[in-house]
Design a binder for this molecule. Structure first.
Ligand SMILES: [Fe+2]
Length: 332
């Protein structure tokens, strides 16, 4: 399966702001300006020296201990020697600035190291999160090889649709992972029901209809997975309120689930079945559109139809080949 985008939000934020060197430089320049004004007005530079720590800490957070220590040295030089030199009062410089510069370097180095170590711990936890989800998916695949890849493909379509709807990256990631986990409740289904070649009895259908609630129950047992529960529990709700398990209608259905419903149905229609070959994209899309406002959220169907066809087809191909499978049963 594709490597999931599980970079921690804090790390993503830092990576984003690393590109904003202008922020750090701007803060540094502002502090230098304040210092110069204070020195020019007769005040000593030392009362504002601590403001340079803002720049030092920012640099350390964004770029790590080396840059943090280096920025400490630069700020230490700017705080007093630089300001006094600019004002042609370099002779007033005392030895105390060396201690302050050393302290700034130390703060930069320590803050940078602590940030690195914290981020690395967060990344380890996120990797564990990802591996746990993969273990769930592998368990589904092992239990039901006929629908192996279904979760990955649904997750791929769903995240593409979420992006088409211009949802924030954190929402897209949540929807992706909810797609991976949405059918985990099938683990609770009897194999005789899961693999039954013929039509299901009413009682068996009732069991199948319990799988979204089972998915929510299993996922909800992991605190960190609570955000995937709405998508998993409600992915078989219908826009007209005739779905299951709760019969929610319209926008009362969580957006994650409305997106997953479209992705789930599209993958089911475009996958081979023992009783029929896969439908083509055009026919599957036509069926989605004819059920827009009935089974599916019309906005989600419209966005799905607007997605780039090439991207959609690329998503349907798993990047890591899995063993060849036989006929694929309907996504329940
Ligand atoms: Fe399902």
């Amino acid at each position: 399966m594709s490597r999931m985008s599980a970079r921690p939000e804090a790390a993503q934020l830092l990576a984003h702001w690393r590109l904003r060197a202008v922020v750090v430089l701007g803060v540094g320049a502002a502090v230098a300006g304040v210092t110069a004004v204070l020195v020019a007005s007769g005040g000593p530079p030392s009362p504002v020296t601590h403001l340079y720590y803002v720049t030092v800490v920012l640099a350390a957070l964004l770029w790590g201990p080396r840059i943090g220590a280096l920025s400490g040295a630069v700020c230490g030089a700017l705080a007093e020697p630089g300001a006094l030199a600019l004002l042609d009062r370099f002779g007033d410089l005392g030895p105390g600035w060396l201690v302050r510069a050393g302290a700034m370097m130390l703060v930069g180095g320590v803050c940078g190291s602590l940030t690195r170590s914290l981020l690395s711990r967060v990344e380890e936890l996120e990797a564990l999160n990802e591996e746990t989800i993969l273990a769930f998916v592998r368990a589904i695949d092992a239990r039901d090889p006929y629908t192996a890849r279904h979760s990955e493909k649904v997750a791929g379509y769903a995240v593409a649709l979420a992006r088409e709807l211009r949802l924030p990256p954190a929402d897209c990631e949540r929807i992706h992972l909810a797609g991976m986990l949405h059918d985990v409740g099938k683990l609770a289904l009897e194999r005789s029901v899961l693999h039954k070649p013929g039509p299901l009895s009413d009682e068996e259908w009732q069991l199948v209809r319990e799988h979204p609630a089972q998915s929510a129950h299993i996922i909800g047992g992991v605190t960190r997975f609570a955000r995937y529960v709405p998508g998993a529990r409600h992915h078989h709700e219908r826009y007209d309120g005739r779905g299951y398990p709760d019969g929610l209608a319209g926008e009362a259905i969580p957006l994650d689930a409305r997106i997953l419903a479209v992705a789930d149905a599209y993958d089911a229609m475009t996958s081979d079945r023992s009783y029929r070959p896969a439908l083509g994209h055009a026919e599957a899309l036509e069926r989605l559109q004819s059920d827009a406002g009935i089974q599916f959220d019309p906005a989600c169907v419209a966005a799905f139809a607007a997605m780039d066809l090439h991207d959609r087809l690329a998503l349907a191909e798993p990047p890591v080949p899995l063993p060849e499978l036989g006929a694929i049963s309907d996504a329940a």
